[in-house]
Write a protein that binds this ligand. Structure first.
Ligand SMILES: [Ca+2]
Ligand SMILES: [Ca+2]
Length: 373
C-alpha cells in the first residue's frame, strides 16, 4: 500500500514539476503528449517544454467576471471563449466550460493546429506583445468524449482600430456602395433614463444612415431597441452589419452592445473589449483605439461593422438556437458607463455619464452588407 502511494506521489510530482526519467513517462514530451498541470493555471508564451512547467504566479492572476450574455453551458458541449476582431495584449481571455474542472487550454502560433502545451486553467493569458495566436480549449476526452474542441485564431493588439479616415480604421461610411439593406421597422423599444420626448422617435433609426446628428432615437441610459428588416441578414464574406451612432466628434462616443436573433426571441451578443481605465465623466471623451466590439465607436456618418462569423462558436449558435444564415432582428443595448458594466474579458466599460436629454446611445441607422438570397 505504501509502495503504491509512493508511486502515485512520484508520478504526480513528475507530471506537475518535472519529468523523472521513467522510461514509461519520458521527460521530453513529444508533440503528441499532453501534460496537464494541476492548479489554477498561468501561461508563459514561448514555453515549449510542456514537461518542465513552472507553477503559475498566483499573485498575477486576474479575477474573472463572467461576461454578460454568456448563458450557462450545457454539460460536455464545446468550451467557449469570447471572440473579437482583436483582443487586448496582456489581457486574460476567459474560457467557459461545463464541467469547468475538466478543461484544458493552450495556445499556439497563428498556423498551429495543436497548442504548444495543455494546462488546466479557465483562462488564457494573452501575449503582451502584438501577435496572432490560436487559442485551444477542450474538455477531458474521458469525461466528455463527444465534446468539440474550441480552436480560434486571435489578433492580439495593444490598441484597436483608429477613427474614421485613419489608416487601419474599420469605419464604414454611410454612402458605402456595399450596403444592400437598411432597418425597415422597429420591433420594440424600451427607453432607459434621462431621455426626453424630443429624442424619442424610434422611426428615425430606420432607413439609410445620414450625417444628421438629430436623425436618431436616443435610448436613454440602459435603454434597448430591436429592429427588423425586409431582408434577412446572413453571414457572408467579411462584415455583415453596420451600426451608426451620432457622435459629433471622433472622441465623443456613446457605446452600446449589439445582439442578433433568428427568431426575434433568443439573442446572442457580440463580444466587447474596452481598455479605458478611468470614468469618462459627464460628456467626457473616449479614445476609439481603446474600444473593440462596441456600437458607437465612430462619429456620425461612419458605422461600426460586425461580422456574424465572430459568433459561430457561441453556445446558442452551436445548439442551433440562433441561425447565423437567417438573422431576423438586431437589438441595440445601451451601456451605462458609470462603472457597473463589464466587457467580455471582465474589464469595466466606461462611457460618458451622466448625460441628460439625449442620454445613452443615439441610434442613427443599422445597415446590412450581406443578406440571404
Ligand atoms: Ca460575415
Ligand atoms: Ca446620447
Amino acid at each position: 500500500m505504501k509502495v503504491a502511494l509512493l508511486h502515485i506521489f512520484v508520478f504526480v510530482l513528475c507530471v506537475t514539476v518535472t519529468a523523472c526519467g521513467d522510461p514509461n513517462h519520458p521527460s521530453n514530451s513529444g508533440s503528441d503528449l499532453k501534460v496537464i498541470q494541476s492548479g489554477t493555471g498561468g501561461y508563459s508564451s514561448g514555453d515549449s517544454d510542456a514537461g518542465n512547467r513552472v507553477p503559475p504566479d498566483t499573485d498575477a492572476q486576474v479575477p474573472l467576471i463572467v461576461a454578460p450574455g454568456v448563458p450557462p453551458l450545457a454539460s460536455c458541449t464545446s468550451p467557449y471563449a469570447p471572440v473579437l476582431e482583436a483582443v487586448p495584449a496582456g489581457a486574460s481571455l476567459p474560457i467557459f466550460a461545463n464541467p469547468s474542472d475538466g478543461l484544458a487550454v493552450g495556445t499556439g502560433a497563428s498556423d498551429s493546429t495543436i497548442p504548444t502545451a495543455w494546462l488546466t486553467a479557465n483562462y488564457i493569458a494573452l501575449p503582451t506583445d502584438p501577435s496572432d495566436v490560436v487559442v485551444f480549449a477542450e474538455l477531458s476526452p474521458t469525461a466528455c468524449p463527444t465534446a468539440v474542441e474550441f480552436a480560434q485564431k486571435y489578433s492580439v493588439r495593444s490598441s484597436f482600430a483608429p477613427a474614421a479616415g485613419l489608416s487601419g480604421s474599420t469605419a464604414i461610411a454611410k454612402d458605402d456602395n456595399r450596403f444592400v439593406a437598411w432597418a425597415t421597422h422597429v420591433q420594440s423599444i424600451n427607453y432607459g433614463t434621462n431621455v426626453t420626448a424630443f429624442w424619442q422617435t424610434p422611426d428615425l433609426a430606420l432607413g439609410p444612415a445620414t450625417d444628421n446628428t438629430n436623425d436618431v432615437v436616443s435610448l436613454g441610459e440602459g435603454g434597448t431597441i430591436t429592429l427588423g428588416f425586409d431582408a434577412t441578414l446572413s453571414d457572408g464574406p467579411g462584415y455583415d452589419l453596420v451600426v451608426f451612432e451620432n457622435g459629433f466628434a471622433d472622441n465623443y462616443l456613446e457605446l452600446a452592445f449589439v445582439e442578433v436573433s433568428s427568431d426575434d426571441s433568443h439573442f446572442v451578443r457580440f463580444d466587447t473589449a474596452s481598455l479605458v481605465d478611468a470614468p469618462a465623466g459627464a460628456y467626457g471623451t473616449l479614445d476609439t483605439q481603446q474600444l473593440e466590439g462596441f456600437a458607437g465607436k465612430y462619429r456620425v456618418g461612419f458605422g461600426t461593422p460586425f461580422d456574424l462569423t465572430w459568433l459561430k462558436t457561441r453556445p446558442e449558435v452551436l445548439a442551433g438556437t440562433v441561425d447565423l444564415s437567417h438573422i431576423t432582428s438586431v437589438r441595440i443595448v445601451d451601456i451605462i458607463g458609470d462603472g457597473r458594466t463589464r466587457d467580455s474579458l471582465g474589464h469595466v466599460v466606461y462611457d460618458p455619464y451622466p448625460t441628460s436629454g439625449s442620454a445613452g446611445f443615439d441610434l442613427e441607422a443599422v445597415g446590412l452588407l450581406n443578406v440571404a438570397p
